[in-house]
Design a protein around this ligand. Structure first.
Ligand code: PGA
Ligand code: ZN
Length: 433
């Protein structure tokens, strides 16, 4: 049993160079746990509130000094002296102290920084790895990575409308092999793009930001990169898409500007089903806007037995929204982002609910990340089975992939990998190999 001695908080910077919150929780024996908060660009309207100062004279309005003051003042008074391993009780106090539905008083960024730091400090006091602490020793499954090859949407100035084109290494028999396949396809894609003079840099999560004619050209390109790298599309490797469709919806229609098209919900669903027939797509995330529940139900009825349908902005890691999604049968997987909800305990509860109904949880980074690798531990701790942290470049992304390698070493013989068996219940519409 060890008590929290001190709580410090200060501003650090995320991978876009924007201010964010870091919290340091000091416990007896000189141990310190850290929590660092990531930041989204295509945020869902139902996410917990990220408190920014909005003072145009400081960091163009993006500073987080108010959130930091909440930690060192209000939160410190409630948390210092508490038993550091009482994560649930501390999180419950933070929620109560804030008192709002969306954590808008203290800020979800303040609350999460503390919650993450308490978890890290708890692990250090026990002298165990963070994933062991978070999962009470029950976590042993290394996740299947979804790795961004091409970025678009809000992460690349809408050069393409679809936000994420990811690779899934179905053929991998181990986590390391999944990284090897990913490396091969990612580097092959770079070669093909530069041969054609199409590279225009990398997007916020490290995927290429190429000059394609339209959205479908990106899909065709990834299939080609898979082939040229020596793999069979749909067999060895599949594609996973994040439409982040709330950003495409103008209230009436889904706008695909790169293709010069505006589609109704029904037309957009047909468009997606057609893609799932013609391309080796195993997973689609936020294919529809986060309040278009009727269309989500229609899409769910058509596709949920064939592809993984993931709710990100739709669910915002919130058990109430996940519950509604389960009742309505709109999806079969939930994207899990701790900063959408604001505490470690609520994140764990969202994962639990997802698994209990037989859906897949996918642990996810944000487009604005820090070097922190908490989510790597979270994925293994909860035996989530899948993780998405952006591309296979940029330090803030690689820190997660590399941490999972270390976790694999710690697990040794105990480590397991299900790989693409997480998709076993699906019968893909794409049959061409
Ligand atoms: P975000 O993007 O962090 O900008 O929200 C990630 C995602 O949508 O999955
Ligand atoms: Zn998303």
């Amino acid at each position: 049993m060890m008590k929290i001695r001190s709580l410090d908080a200060y501003q650090i910077f995320d991978s876009r160079g924007n201010p964010t919150v870091e919290c340091a929780v000091g416990v007896e024996a000189g141990l310190v746990g850290y929590g660092r908060v990531p930041c989204g660009a295509s945020t869902g309207q139902f996410e917990a509130l990220e408190l920014r100062d909005n003072d145009p004279t400081r960091y163009r309005g993006k500073s987080v000094f108010a959130a930091i003051n909440h930690i060192t003042d209000t939160i410190a008074r409630a948390v210092v002296g508490r038993e550091v391993c009482d994560q649930d009780a501390i999180d419950a106090s933070l929620i109560e102290l804030d008192g709002t539905e969306n954590k808008s008083r203290l800020g979800a960024n303040a609350i999460l920084a503390v919650s993450l730091a308490v978890a890290d400090a708890g692990a250090k006091t026990k002298g165990c790895a963070l994933f062991e602490h978070l999962g009470s020793g029950k976590g042993s499954l290394l996740p299947l990575p979804g790795v961004q090859i091409v970025g678009g949407g809000a992460h690349a100035h809408r050069r393409l409308d679809i936000q994420d084109f990811l690779l899934v290494a179905n053929c991998a028999r181990s986590y390391e092999e999944a990284l090897e396949v990913t490396h091969n396809v990612y580097r092959t894609a770079a070669e093909l793009l530069s041969q054609r003079g199409l590279v225009a840099g990398v997007a916020d999560e490290g995927g290429y930001w190429p000059q394609f004619a339209g959205n479908e050209a990106a899909l065709e390109f990834i299939v080609e990169a898979i082939r040229v790298a020596g793999y069979a599309p749909g067999k060895d490797c599949s594609i996973s898409l994040d439409f982040a469709a709330s950003n495409l919806f103008d209230g009436r229609c889904y706008r695909l500007d790169a293709d010069n098209r505006r589609l109704s919900s029904e037309q957009f669903i047909d468009f997606i089903v057609d893609w799932c027939r013609r391309y080796p797509i195993i997973s689609i995330e936020d294919p529809l806007a986060d309040d278009d529940w009727v269309a989500w139900r229609q899409l769910g009825n058509k596709l949920r037995r064939h592809v993984q349908i993931v709710g990100d902005d739709l669910f915002t890691t919130n058990v109430r929204r996940i519950q509604r999604g389960i009742e309505d049968g709109v999806a079969n997987a939930v994207l899990i982002k701790p900063n959408q909800i604001g505490t470690v305990s609520e994140t764990l509860a969202a994962i639990e609910m997802t698994k209990n109904c037989g859906w897949q949880p996918i642990i996810s980074a944000r487009s604005g990340e820090t070097e922190d690798a908490f989510i790597a531990h979270l994925a293994v701790a909860t035996n989530a089975g899948q993780i998405k942290v952006g591309s296979f470049s940029r330090g803030e992304r690689m820190s997660k992939w590399n941490e999972l390698i270390r976790i694999g070493r710690v697990l040794g013989e105990r480590g397991r990998f299900r790989g693409a068996r997480v998709f076993d219940s699906l019968s893909p519409l794409y049959r061409k190999i």
